[in-house]
Design a protein around this ligand. Structure first.
Ligand SMILES: Nc1ncnc2c1ncn2[C@@H]1O[C@H](COP(=O)(O)OP(=O)(O)OP(=O)(O)O)[C@@H](O)[C@H]1O
Ligand SMILES: [Mg+2]
Length: 270
């Protein structure tokens, strides 16, 4: 399935990053259907930025799928509560049992707003530990099947895979470059706007482990930068296909329930 060709540039649908002061520099957001890496070191708020997009899109009536390979659903939910999210405004669906996917998805139709579907792969792993998965690649198949099943049942437009590193640990690919190529093909076929969380070491020049940076349509990098005795969280667009964007570094903060990107310009940030 190829990308839809538009007649005019205004027809390119975009999904906001919901980072105030940042979308304005991205022609309004990330083109729908793009696969974007959210790359950063530990604790840079990669997961939070993705959850924030999913939460706000759900408020606007859309359905998003958040596949967590390492962080448990309870930890994610507590994190979102701490971020001040109101779960009365969206349908929050948790899938932690493969046998109950259909049952769990029924909740996406219950409320008025959209839905955030969290798949806790850790729970599912424990559940099917008995069903011995010898062929390591099969873990990838389990994940693909969950995504396909959800996509077949509900009109899911957004997808987060958190994280690529955990996927590599779990899958133990024999030939990661080839496997990764096919993962991207799979993601393009399902056609959702996709965010891949990429964990990288601090100060790393590389933004992925293998060829994610070349294969992806966009890369947003978040980093922690020392400024005197403070550490500033910073965000920048490394690449964004089909988008005339500003590649400058912005400082990133989360305050009063919203992400804000501040343009340093010539003045010191602090
Ligand atoms: N309400 C909040 N306001 C501001 N910052 C917060 C809030 N809640 C958590 N944080 C910060 O968010 C950071 C963790 O965010 P998150 O889990 O999204 O990062 P991450 O990059 O996904 O981390 P990891 O590498 O562990 O997956 C913590 O370091 C914490 O300081
Ligand atoms: Mg995380």
């Amino acid at each position: 399935m190829g990308e839809e060709i538009v007649a005019r540039k205004e027809d390119i649908k975009r999904v906001k990053t919901y980072i105030d002061g940042f979308d304005e520099h991205l022609q309004g957001g990330i083109p729908a259907g793009h696969i974007t890496l959210i790359a950063g070191s530990a604790g840079t708020m990669k997961s939070s930025v993705c959850l924030n997009i999913m939460y706000n899109e759900a408020i606007n009536g859309r359905i998003g799928l958040y596949l967590s390979l390492e962080q448990s659903y309870s930890s994610l939910i507590n994190h979102m509560i701490n971020m001040g999210y109101d779960f009365q405004k969206i349908n929050l669906v948790v899938i932690k049992d493969l046998a109950k996917i259909h049952e769990s998805l029924a909740k996406t139709k219950s409320g008025n707003g959209g839905s955030l579907i969290i798949v806790d792969v850790g729970c599912i792993r424990k559940e099917i530990k008995e069903v011995k998965i010898d062929e390591n690649r099969s873990w990838l198949n389990v994940i693909k099947n969950i995504v396909k099943k959800v996509a077949a049942e509900v009109r899911c437009e957004l997808f987060v895979l958190d994280s690529m590193k955990a996927l590599y640990v779990l899958s133990k690919f024999k030939n990661p470059r080839i496997e990764l190529f096919y993962i991207f093909e799979f993601l393009r076929d399902i056609g959702m706007t996709t965010y891949l969380v990429s964990e990288i070491p601090p100060n790393s020049d590389s933004l992925g482990e293998y060829d994610e940076d070349f294969l992806s349509d966009g890369i947003i990098n978040i980093r922690l930068t020392p400024f005197r005795r403070n550490i500033v969280r910073e965000v920048r667009v490394v690449k964004m296909r089909t988008t005339n964007c500003n590649h400058d570094v912005f400082s990133l903060e989360f305050k009063d329930g919203r992400f804000k990107a501040l343009y340093g310009g010539q003045n010191p940030l602090l």
